[in-house]
Design a protein. Sequence first.
Length: 341
Amino acid sequence: MRIRFRFLYINIILHVLIWSLVLSLPYLISSAENDYKIGPLPGLFFSLAGCLHLFIFYFNAFFLIPKLLNWRLWWGYIFASAALIIGSFQLKYHMLLWWFPEVLKDMAAYKFVFAPSIVVFIISIVYRKVLDQLQNDRLQQKIKAEQLSTELKFLRSQISPHFLFNVLTNLVSLARKKSDQMEPALIMLSELMRYSLYDTQAVKVPLAKEMAYLNNYIALQRLRFGDDIAIQYHTDQNIENENHSIEPMLLIPFVENAFKHGTGSLENPVIRIEASIKNDQLVFEVENQADQKTGSSKDESSGIGLANVRSRLNLLYKDRHDLKIKTDKGMFHIVLTLLLK
């Protein structure tokens, strides 16, 4: 609202300055000895005609075109426009007849007297069309922004239940084992939930927070599986100190997918997760063994995460990301390259 008011304020000031310059032009470029003339026209008549041109400009741009120039009343616009132009001709003629009769004797001056009414009228049409186009462009941008916001909120709303389901599954496993690690697991869960519920409301979050979230999630998985799964997790030492921001919960679906598909009936499962950053470019890599036996039962739920992240990448990082997903020799491999600036 403040930006819109500022734009309107600047626009009004600009119009006032332009018309003030036009109306005072005879007194800026001529002299009293010359009767402030511009060509054959006396300065006073030029200024009075300028006031009439001002009326033509704004009356046509802000009343006739918005009210009449449509498919139902187009004939009314033609009639009103003709009346406006002819009326200006009559008014100018009588001003000359009453106050400046010597100008009427100069036939060459007529084009300088009457033609400006038509020129100003045409300029007002162009101005109105440009103004309408700018307003339409701003409206379309606003609609797109609202659609983007709505779609992102919908996508994020799908992430939280999916994430919560997986974490609670981890805690159930720890509870069954009566593990002493239940308390630290609950603390980590509270940190995860705080991030999921509050920090993700922002458009973007610091990369350090996203990585801390990822660290806690992987730590929970280590508590759950212990030595049953070899989790190889490596990140650049300075990645959490980098001054970058990222769409919240953008990386976790890849990790969730790895634990969803890379465990189960597999023998000696290995999950590898690596993250590095260089020249404002984040490279995030996840690799896990593909569980072919139970893949069909898991795809229905875990597929939500990957479909989500694809949509979010296309919405927010269009032409600034590269996502490669492939399966080779029983290994499921994901590489996300993301330009953060």
